[in-house]
Design a protein around this ligand. Structure first.
Ligand SMILES: Nc1ncnc2c1ncn2[C@@H]1O[C@H](COP(=O)(O)OP(=O)(O)OP(=O)(O)O)[C@@H](O)[C@H]1O
Ligand SMILES: [Mg+2]
Length: 276
């Protein structure tokens, strides 16, 4: 296993040190218009992500999880209710909230390294600095992120030369170099083979423990949610309502066969309406 590189726990060059974000979702309902009819997708959803907390959202396919993430990311505004970050209403995307989407879109004309470098490059442009020490720091962070996701050898490859799982790992590396205050992950390991998935889950848990940003993770996988999160929020079928919040105090590193996790798994499956 690759150890979490120290450089990834240091703030990105030219940016202030970010504290983990607090997110408040308050009485959020959301509707889409589908062929003239209203499609209710979220129904009175409320929860909080405490600074530094790892929260997993679990629910049936199509219930509204990705929609909720888009609201937290500031890509859409809720039909009703509010979403706040550190007490301020979210009105649009912000570089401190980094999203890894379910289907990662990489720039096809950029190499793997070029795709991971997008955030640091934008940041240098914003601060209009071309300081050699900062350039060097940014390069080290990019190298470290690539190493973490096991893609150092593919740094110069182009997206069409990667598998689906590799593309997903590039998207994760691209998020991690940006020193997030909140990392928003939509099924980030969905396309990975089970061995890589297990490895990446361990890496994410260690990275989060070291860096302590807040995480909001959407997953279908009960075991993954329990392995990673401090709290699992279980949603109903669409329109998504919160049906349960399950706190998980098991210490890290966690083991999937820990009897406490096995017991919580039964509890969560029961909340999802699945008999075990
Ligand atoms: N832009 C849109 N316009 C209309 N309907 C939409 C739009 N985006 C999503 N929906 C609908 O909202 C519902 C919830 O979609 P969403 O992607 O949030 O589900 P999800 O819980 O993430 O599902 P999955 O687990 O399969 O990814 C679906 O019925 C979908 O058809
Ligand atoms: Mg989704």
């Amino acid at each position: 296993m690759v150890a979490v590189p120290e450089v990834l726990n240091q703030s990105a060059a030219a940016s202030p040190v970010r504290d983990a974000a607090r997110i408040d979702v308050r009485h959020v309902s959301h509707r889409f218009a589908l062929r003239g009819a209203a499609l209710p997708v979220l129904q009175d959803v409320s929860f909080t992500v405490e600074p530094g907390e790892f929260v997993a959202l679990l629910g049936p396919s199509g219930c509204g999880k990705s929609t909720l993430l888009r609201l937290v990311a500031g890509l859409d505004a809720p039909t009703q209710g509010s979403v706040h970050a550190n007490g301020a209403a979210i009105t649009g995307p912000d570089p401190s909230r980094v999203v890894v989407f379910q289907d990662p879109t990489l720039y096809p004309w950029r190499t793997v390294r070029g795709n991971v470098a997008i955030g640091p490059q934008a940041q240098r442009r914003r601060f209009a600095r071309r300081d050699a020490a900062q350039e060097d720091h940014a390069r080290q962070r990019i190298d470290a992120a690539l190493e973490l996701v096991g893609l150092s050898e593919f740094a110069e490859a182009f997206p069409h030369q990667l598998s689906g799982g590799m593309a997903q790992r590039v998207a994760l590396a691209r998020a991690l170099v940006n020193d997030p205050a909140l990392l928003v992950l939509d099924e980030p390991f969905g396309k990975l083979d089970s061995l890589t998935r297990i490895r990446m889950q361990g890496e994410l848990a260690r990275l989060w423990q070291d860096a302590r940003f807040s995480v909001l993770l959407v997953t279908h996988d009960v075991e993954e949610a329990l392995l990673l999160a401090n709290r699992v929020i279980v949603f109903s079928e669409r329109p998504a309502r919160v049906v349960a919040e399950v706190r998980n105090d098991a210490p890290y590193p966690r083991h999937r066969d820990d009897p406490k996790l096995v017991a919580l798994r039964r509890e969560v499956l029961a909340q999802l309406g699945l008999d075990t």
